[in-house]
Design a protein around this ligand. Structure first.
Ligand code: RP5
Length: 167
């Protein structure tokens, strides 16, 4: 999982997470980017366990061509905010659901950033991770007409799949 890309193209999105235990959640973001043909990479980067890795990742993000960073973490979830402090690349934060506090701890750790260093914070858990993928795709689609069309089609397909009645 440390060097996954959806294509051989240079990654435009970095999906980072604090632990391998976050991957089942963060895979939802990867699945969306795969479906939309957006090149990405995945990395384990922990604010607490691998702080030097976090610093290096943030320091090199612009030069490596990353356009969006999706950062997921649970509990004392400092990864998205610390990454936002280290790079101007937009950071989308995903609060991973925890057992002890159901992810409210993760949400509060990510969402209340001080003025000057934003993190676009998604919903707790897998819906948030999928939406992070869609948010990243939407940002990239602003300057990529073909991706914009794929995203519009994805949204239309989702709408068309919603039934009129519950049964
Ligand atoms: C956080 O601690 C990770 O993002 C993960 O959500 C949580 C638990 O990590 P593990 O103990 O499962 O590795 O840093």
């Amino acid at each position: 999982m440390t060097n996954t890309t959806s294509t051989s193209a240079t990654p435009l999105v970095g999906i980072i997470m604090g632990s391998t235990s976050d991957w089942p959640t963060m895979k939802e973001a990867a699945d969306i980017l795969n479906a939309l043909g957006v090149p990405y990479e995945t990395r384990i980067v922990s604010a607490h366990r691998t702080p030097d890795r976090l610093w290096d990742y943030g320091k090199t993000a612009v030069d490596r061509g990353l356009q969006v960073i999706i950062a997921g973490a649970g509990g004392a979830a400092h990864l998205p905010g610390m990454m936002a402090s280290k790079t101007r690349v937009p950071v989308v934060g995903v609060p991973v659901q925890t057992k002890a506090l159901a992810g409210v701890d993760s949400l509060y750790s990510i969402v209340q950033m001080p003025k000057g260093f934003p993190v676009a914070t998604m919903a707790i858990g897998s819906a948030g991770a999928a939406n992070a993928g869609l948010m990243a795709a939407g940002i990239l689609a602003l300057s990529d007409a073909e991706l914009a069309e794929r995203l519009d089609n994805w949204r239309a397909d989702l709408s068309a799949a919603i039934p009129d009645c519950p049964e």
